[in-house]
Design a protein around this ligand. Structure first.
Ligand SMILES: [Zn+2]
Length: 459
């Protein structure tokens, strides 16, 4: 047999296999891109982000224990300014965006909080357009800053990168998204009290739990605007990290037993939110790779996503690829001709623009998606080399146009194959012993819910 014949036969075989697959599982798949998300991504401006960060730096310090009454300096003035900016953006929302200063008292602990202090998160809420959709998505950064000594509320603490960069992401997204329609409710937050002990995020996570929000995702942004590590000589603005916990912090004993049986320790909701961010971000934003950090945060460190994880919510943290510790948690000073301090001049606003766009694409795609499918199960009644999956259509939100079944080998890090079906069940010609599966609901424009892993069911 000639090489050419061999090739033709192989091609024919592949086509046959493709036909078989399309007849068994594939329906007409929805579009994969939403033009309006592309438009929003293109509206994110590096110049705006720079202006926002420079303004935050101009308050000289945003330490959580700094002045709340000074009109120009300190956390109080900074909070008021964020609020007034949110109010400007809200004008384009036709009354759907509301702005609050969510105040709370932190008790003195004799350590990072010497005595009782009032703090506040600045919150802009863009109410969902579908009254039948109760999902909430949060994007956040922290407004407070610090100097070398975490108790020093007097010295300059510009906090350009930590974390005016994260708050600038939140603000720029609120500006671009305010006039747009999303069935889910989007919440934009500038937390306070992060450096003193995650107080703002803990306050909000507890409130969310108490009020029973259907919070489906938290995107936390902290230290996201520098692309240069002088220490390593690395300059790279094409990669960004997203950290996620592997398994839920509040996992029950029963859930842990099932996880050990299935080997699904790499598939907690936060981990799959991180994968969603990678898939969506990279689909809409050029020249950025989302690197999945398979730990809850950087080594021995935590952030404002942590209290949400502890309350059982899917929450991830975005951070730049190469941190620069000469310009983080450092007094502004010169030593041997070298400049220290978290200053705007060490930031890369083109990098921050791309990171903003990744957050925006993720929030927009999820905010426009149907609710996730319910009661997702994999049938275990028969020993078979095929996989039978079934689920219920979501009870709330928009009606899905269909469902994506995601599949990957058990050793793969990201979903590497997907099938589209209109029904709420499918038989795939792949063994459940050799792959992980998950199911997402999708609308006709391809907006997808977060994936849900199946649990074993008898029938
Ligand atoms: Zn920070």
């Amino acid at each position: 047999m000639t090489y050419k014949t061999k090739f033709t036969r192989l091609l024919a075989l592949c086509m046959l296999a493709g036909l078989y697959l399309s007849q068994t599982v594939a329906a007409q798949a929805p579009a994969t891109h939403d033009e309006e998300i592309h438009k929003m991504v293109n509206e994110v401006s590096a110049d705006n982000l720079r202006t926002l960060v420079e303004k935050m730096v101009s308050f000289e310090t945003r330490h959580s224990l700094s002045s709340t009454t000074d009109k120009k300096r300190g956390i109080g003035a900074a909070r008021e300014w964020v609020k007034s900016e949110f109010e400007k953006y809200a004008k384009a929302s036709n009354g759907r965006m509301t702005v609050d200063m969510d105040r709370y008292t932190v008790k003195g602990d004799g350590r990072r909080i010497p005595q009782d202090v009032e703090m506040a998160n600045v919150v802009a809420t863009l109410k969902g357009t579908d009254p039948n959709d109760d999902r909430v998505i949060i994007v956040a950064g922290h407004l407070d800053s610090r100097a070398t000594d975490v108790m020093d509320a007097k010295s300059k603490a510009p906090g350009a990168n930590d974390d005016a960069s994260g708050v600038a992401i939140v603000m720029e997204m609120a500006r671009v998204m305010a006039s747009r329609q999303f069935p889910a409710t989007l919440v934009f937050v500038a937390f306070q009290g992060e450096e003193q002990g995650l107080y703002g995020s803990r306050h909000m996570a507890e409130r969310v739990k108490k009020e029973g929000w259907n919070l489906v995702a938290v995107l936390n942004n902290d230290i996201v605007g520098n692309s240069y590590s002088a220490e390593m000589g690395i300059h790279d603005n094409t990669r960004v990290r997203v950290f996620s916990e592997a398994t839920p912090s509040n996992e029950t004993e029963e859930q842990a037993r099932l996880r050990r049986t299935l080997g699904s320790e790499n598939d907690g909701p936060s981990r799959n939110l991180a994968r969603y961010m990678k898939m969506t971000g990279e689909a809409y934003v050029d020249q950025i790779e989302v690197v999945l950090g398979y730990r809850p945060d950087r080594f021995l460190r935590g952030g404002d996503h942590t209290p949400f994880n502890q309350q059982g919510y899917a929450a991830v943290r975005m951070s730049e690829m190469n941190e620069d510790f000469d310009h983080q948690h450092q007094d502004v000073r010169k030593e041997n001709g070298k400049q220290y301090g978290d200053l705007t001049e060490f930031m890369d606003f083109e990098y921050l623009r791309k990171n903003t766009a990744v957050n925006l694409a993720t929030m927009a795609n999820l905010g426009r998606a149907p609710h996730a499918p319910e009661k997702v199960g994999v049938l275990t009644a028969n020993l078979t080399n095929k996989t039978d999956l079934k689920w219920d259509a979501p009870a709330k939100g928009k009606k899905p146009a269909g469902y994506y079944i995601l599949m990957r080998e058990t050793s793969s890090q990201t979903w590497d194959k997907k099938f589209f079906v209109k029904d709420t069940k499918v038989t795939l010609p792949y063994s459940k012993d050799n792959y992980f599966f998950a199911v997402q609901a999708a609308d006709e424009l391809g907006h997808t819910s977060l994936p849900v892993l199946p649990v074993p069911v008898r029938q």
